[in-house]
Design a protein around this ligand. Structure first.
Ligand SMILES: C[S@@+](CC[C@H](N)C(=O)[O-])C[C@H]1O[C@@H](n2cnc3c(N)ncnc32)[C@H](O)[C@@H]1O
Length: 316
């Protein structure tokens, strides 16, 4: 992780590191909304690296032994540039990973192990192109803004259909607002929220929609919700520095729109951006996440216990 942080500090080095793995999309003349720019890929990578530190790994579900024993099928929903998928596939080389995204040009073009495939699939075009009971584990991260509120129930029910009985689903999402913000970050929060609202539909506080929706699906059981609070700012070490970097990148990619829409002046935004990078340390600003893990009912086979060879070795 230290080396990733170092890469972030050298921003040109960071961009070329990503470009060597993922194609740049900035040159495209016109892009529909669902096409990711290079800046989106970079921002996702920064967040992915921060979450790895925050979770001390890549997931919460109790699936380590299953994936390690091999033969499992794993689906990463809205995989983007496949940072999670490729890391997991390298860690569990005898399980099989499928990453799906609506933007096929974002998929990695090198450095991918043989146990991964990427497929262009639109999550909103149901049914998804998979048989019933296909996947042992489905992972969804940072998709809250991507799936419209009214589609979530159908999407979740469809994901449960393609899960194997006894398989796990895990969602990791962030709460939209930052906490313990100073004046500069509060200004940014207002701009971000103004972006999300429309004249017909003011920004609403959707709190924890996934746990409630998953609890309503009677084919799921054993739901576990965890909350996680992560520092945003250098006061929080490498993780905090990465999440500050993430927010700076959000601001950079939204600033033209905010200025054009006269939500803020260019000079005021520049000053706000500078101020908030010190301010987050003073106010100890943080963001909050929740993960929801649940298991599909109906597995009637034997409970398979796989001894962890590494753990046994270390106990000797
Ligand atoms: C915020 S990114 C999250 C990427 C990844 N899950 C992560 O945690 O780094 C959202 C992703 O959803 C994809 N996406 C947007 N609409 C989609 C759809 N209808 N079906 C599938 N993927 C979609 C985008 O292309 C983008 O890669």
């Amino acid at each position: 992780m230290v080396s990733q942080t170092q890469k972030l500090n050298a921003s040109t080095g960071f961009a070329s590191f990503l470009k060597s793995k993922w194609r740049s999309r900035d040159e495209r003349p016109s892009r529909p909304q669902t096409i990711n720019a290079m800046t989106d890929v970079e921002r996702d990578y920064v967040r992915h690296s921060a979450l790895k530190l925050a979770l001390d790994g890549d997931f919460q579900a109790p699936i380590h032994q299953l994936l390690k024993s091999g033969g499992s099928e794993i689906l990463d929903i809205g995989c983007g540039a496949g940072f999670w998928t490729t890391d997991m596939a390298a860690k569990y080389p005898i399980s099989h990973f499928t990453g799906i995204d609506i933007d096929k040009d974002i998929f990695p073009t090198s450095g991918v192990t043989r146990n991964v495939i990427f497929q262009r699939v639109d999550l909103l075009e149901l049914p998804l192109p998979y048989e019933n009971d296909t996947f042992d584990y489905i992972f969804i991260r940072c998709m809250m803004d991507v799936v419209p509120d009214e589609d979530w129930d159908d999407v979740l029910n469809e994901l449960v259909r393609i899960m194997k009985k006894g398989g796990y689903i895990e969602c990791l999402e962030t709460y939209p607002d930052l906490f313990d913000t100073g004046p500069a970050m509060s200004t940014i929060m207002q701009l971000v929220n103004a972006d999300k609202s429309s004249p017909d539909e003011p920004a609403s506080m959707v709190l924890n929609p996934l746990p409630n929706r998953m609890a309503a699906i009677n084919q799921l059981m054993g739901m576990q919700i965890k909350h996680l609070h992560t520092p945003v700012g250098r006061y929080g070490g490498a993780m905090g520095a990465l999440l500050l970097e993430h927010w700076v990148r959000i601001i950079e990619s939204s600033k033209q729109k905010w200025i054009q829409n006269k939500l803020i002046g260019e000079k005021q935004l520049a000053a706000t951006l500078e101020e908030l990078q010190q301010e987050v340390d003073v106010y100890q600003t943080y963001m909050s996440w929740y993960s929801v893990v649940a298991q599909k009912k109906g597995y009637k086979g034997p409970i398979i216990r796989v001894e962890d060879y590494d753990t046994l070795q270390s106990q000797e």
